[in-house]
Design a protein around this ligand. Structure first.
Ligand code: NAD
Ligand code: TYD
Length: 358
């Protein structure tokens, strides 16, 4: 483990997305005085309303732009005297990657290479004494498990979807920049996240959204695929822990030992929704509809997170019972948020708040 690192000027990419915005909100609440620059292209998944809590802070700056734009990235690194990069920006949905892989390669592979290259130049030009680059990756780069076993950091990469292949490509570039140039990079690989501000195309928010709309709840294949779920706040704290205490060149798996079969998650969401909505006559699980399986659907993910626990002292704080309950309450209290992101109306927020101001 290296010494404690306290960033003074942090570049976060993809900070208007689900995990990036949760990270910025949590990080800024606990690290006043550290500047945070959020670079986000505002694709369909980016929503600045997620950042209302910090948008007026003098320590926060939003830049609308593409991580593939090397001039823009170089300019931010220099002008803002960035001493740490946390790279969340990505195309993140497996189903979309099956329909159109190209943008996944562009953003996830080429975008990462641009960030690495500009960060390396910035670091080497001695503008900053101490520098950290943190790649936010996923357990999906390891492929699929059978009924038993866990992914460790030594598990070979065996990505199966265009999404996970593009993330694995990026991870290898990060590794190469460390090995070749001594670039101070680290990587985290987390299991499936859930929590507030998740776009309702991913399993849990989609089920909540469809129950509210009375629409079918599509369960792929036999519904017995297993995912390992972690609350986004626990992921955010793990990222902060690695940024401050992680070893240069190290990879850290992040997960909370919380495996669920998809059908069990869907049934759980249905029963919690019924309870909260006071449904007595009809039950939400009548909406469950088994549909054709996702091509190349990974059967099981499960993370061995003992390295981050033992070396860096990180522990998840949410039980799943509490996390899922609070998440459903959040979506029920923020129906307008879901309505706006599914209709596209959230884009008006950017126009009102930012256009003409930069
Ligand atoms: P998300 O899709 O909610 O957000 C992605 C963000 O990146 C959006 O704000 C989008 O506008 C931005 N973006 C996309 N392309 C860009 C580009 N070219 N330039 C600048 N910004 C761009 O994703 P998420 O679920 O928050 O995931 C964030 C990161 O965490 C990703 O790298 C993902 O691979 C990783 N991850 C996600 C999960 C999960 O369960 N969601 C689990 C493990 C790891
Ligand atoms: P998802 O949230 O897309 O995350 P990932 O594919 O990155 O794990 O899907 C989680 C699991 O839920 C996955 O096994 C696919 C399944 N799934 C469904 O059964 N129905 C759905 O409508 C969605 C979106 C996912």
């Amino acid at each position: 483990m290296t010494d404690y690192f306290a960033p003074r000027s942090l570049l976060v990419t993809g900070g208007a997305g689900f995990i990036g915005s949760n990270f910025i909100n949590n990080f800024m609440a606990g690290n006043s005085g550290c500047r945070v620059v959020n670079l986000d292209a505002l694709t369909y998944a980016g929503n600045l309303e997620n950042l209302r809590a910090v948008e007026n802070s003098p320590d926060y700056r939003f830049v609308k732009g593409d991580i593939c734009d090397s001039e823009l990235v170089a300019g931010i690194l220099e002008k803002e005297k960035i001493d740490a990069v946390v790279h969340f920006a990505a195309e993140s949905h497996v189903d979309r990657s099956i329909l159109g892989p190209e943008v996944f390669v562009r953003t996830n592979v080429l975008g990462t290479q641009v960030l690495l290259e500009e960060s390396r130049r910035h670091w080497q030009s001695a503008q900053v004494e101490n520098f950290r680059y943190l790649q936010i990756s996923t357990d999906e780069v390891y492929g699929s498990l059978g009924k038993t076993g866990y992914f460790t950091e030594e598990t070979p990469l065996a990505a199966n979807s265009p999404y996970s292949a593009s993330k694995a490509g990026a991870d290898l570039l990060v590794r190469a920049y460390h090995e070749t140039f001594g670039f101070p990079a680290m990587t985290t690989r987390c299991s499936n996240n859930y929590g507030p501000f998740q776009f309702p195309e991913k399993l849990i928010p989609l089920m909540i959204h469809n129950i509210l709309a009375g629409k079918p709840l599509p369960v792929y294949g036999d519904g017995l695929n297993v995912r390992d779920w972690l609350h986004v706040k626990d992921h955010s704290l793990a990222v902060e822990t690695v940024l401050k205490k992680g070893g240069i060149g190290r990879v850290y798996n992040i997960g909370g030992n919380n495996e669920w079969r998809n059908i069990d998650i869907v049934n759980l969401v249905c029963s919690l929704m019924d309870e909260k909505l006071g449904n007595t006559r009809c039950t939400s699980n009548a909406l469950i509809s088994f549909v054709k399986d996702r091509p190349g659907h990974d059967r099981r993910y499960a993370i061995d997170a003992s390295r981050i626990r033992s070396e860096l002292g990180w522990e998840p704080s949410f039980t799943f019972e509490r996390g899922i309950d609070e998440t459903i309450d959040w979506y029920l209290a923020n129906r307008e948020w879901s309505a706006k992101v599914t209709s596209g109306a959230y884009r008006d927020y950017y126009r009102q708040m930012y256009e003409g101001r930069q």
